[in-house]
Write a protein that binds this ligand. Structure first.
Ligand SMILES: *[C@@H]1O[C@H](CO)[C@@H](O)[C@H](O)[C@H]1NC(C)=O
Ligand SMILES: *[C@@H]1O[C@H](CO)[C@@H](O)[C@H](O)[C@H]1NC(C)=O
Ligand SMILES: *[C@@H]1O[C@H](CO)[C@@H](O)[C@H](O)[C@H]1NC(C)=O
Ligand SMILES: *[C@@H]1O[C@H](CO)[C@@H](O)[C@H](O)[C@H]1NC(C)=O
Ligand SMILES: *[C@@H]1O[C@H](CO)[C@@H](O)[C@H](O)[C@H]1NC(C)=O
Length: 313
């Protein structure tokens, strides 16, 4: 059984002032990185992947090193070895993973002055949870590649799992996602978002409803997220894995049906997680790219994403 280490939250209500001078947390003098060096980069892999496969994050790590004059890149391994790391993507509760990573990063001296982060698929929402729950060491720019910030409703494919395991997981999600034992033992259930049963989702989702402040408003989450300098969300226009693909830009179905997408600025989470303020502060970046889930070319990565990593102020 996997224990669920639930992060105790300070519960209170957010007040969004209509002031013309929003507090954007852009205090340069407190920014330790304002000394002209490229920040280290932390990568968080997706489901069905690991920290270090040479054809996957291993090659991304090399690519970043090549284009940032050898900055330190840490690709997160969740657990003591690569097998556990692979399994973590399905079976280790995200709350536990985020706690683990928070500890790991605190012990990494090279990150003490801050880091940029890139999340692949579900690694995108896990890194966002890290930014919200674990502000030290400070994350500066978060790049989410195909992340599911309002969850998924449907899992048409399970990368690299056998067909029978995938069918089993899909069945669990469709029929039992909000059962406690499934929430505890299947990662994908923790961000399963059923728009036909919004209340069950809010009450039972043991990860996503929490980080999206949908059950309680945890002011600290919004404050910490706003400590980011930039939050970059990349959507894959021809994604056949993330349903709906708009979740990659933090959008989702309007409640009560599964066809029509509610624009982000009309959705509750826009206020709940402080995105409205971040939008006013021009910290949100929405990129899209043609192709299926995580299908990016090296050229695109270097042209569109590396410039974020090279920013030094
Ligand atoms: C900016 O940060 C510095 C150092 O942490 C602090 O002394 C100063 O009061 C801050 N200024 C503002 C306007 O918050
Ligand atoms: C690249 O890094 C090396 C060693 O860390 C340094 O000597 C060199 O000046 C750097 N080059 C650039 C273009 O920043
Ligand atoms: C400059 O930043 C780098 C990396 O963030 C850090 O290692 C170094 O100590 C900083 N130097 C100064 C003088 O603050
Ligand atoms: C991908 O999706 C975009 C937007 O929906 C569409 O314009 C484009 O033709 C699609 N590309 C492919 C290869 O299907
Ligand atoms: C929401 O965003 C759309 C474009 O993204 C914009 O046209 C519209 O004015 C915005 N609505 C509000 C209430 O800010």
């Amino acid at each position: 059984m996997l224990l669920l280490l639930y992060v105790a939250c300070f519960v209170s209500f957010l007040h969004f002032g209509q002031s013309n001078n929003p507090d954007c947390n852009n205090n340069k003098s407190s920014d330790k990185n304002a000394n002209g060096t490229v920040l280290p980069v932390v990568l968080w892999h997706g489901m069905g992947d690991t920290c270090c496969f040479p054809f996957s994050l291993g090659s991304i790590k090399k690519l970043i090193e090549e284009h940032t004059n050898g900055t330190y890149v840490r690709s997160l391994q969740i657990g003591a070895n690569i097998v556990l790391d692979y399994e973590s993507g399905f079976f280790i509760h995200p709350n536990k993973q985020v706690d683990y990573v928070c500890q790991q990063l605190a012990e990494d001296e090279k990150l003490a002055n801050g880091y940029n982060a890139i999340g692949f698929s579900q690694g995108g929402q896990f890194l966002r949870a890290l930014a919200q729950r674990c502000p030290k060491p400070p994350m500066r720019t978060l790049i989410s590649l195909g992340g599911q910030h309002q969850g998924v409703y449907g899992l048409p494919k399970c990368p690299t799992l056998s067909v029978s395991s995938c069918e089993y997981i899909t069945k669990l999600l469709n029929y039992a996602a909000y059962e406690d034992w499934v929430q505890n033992e299947l990662v994908q259930a923790t961000y399963w978002h059923d728009p036909l049963h919004e209340n069950s989702y809010r009450l039972k989702s043991s990860f996503l409803a929490d980080i999206n402040n949908e059950l309680y408003i945890n002011e600290r989450y919004a404050e910490n997220l706003n400590k980011l300098k930039k939050f970059v969300m990349v959507k894959f226009l021809n994604d056949t894995i993330v349903q709906p693909k708009e979740s990659q830009w933090f959008e989702f179905y309007a409640p009560g049906q599964d066809k029509h997408i509610l624009p982000l600025n009309q959705s509750k989470v826009f206020k709940y997680v402080g995105l409205e303020l971040m939008h006013k502060c021009k910290k949100l970046f929405f990129l899209s790219v043609e192709g299926d889930h995580l299908d990016i070319s090296k050229e695109w990565f270097v042209k569109e994403l590396v410039p974020f990593l090279l920013e030094v102020d």
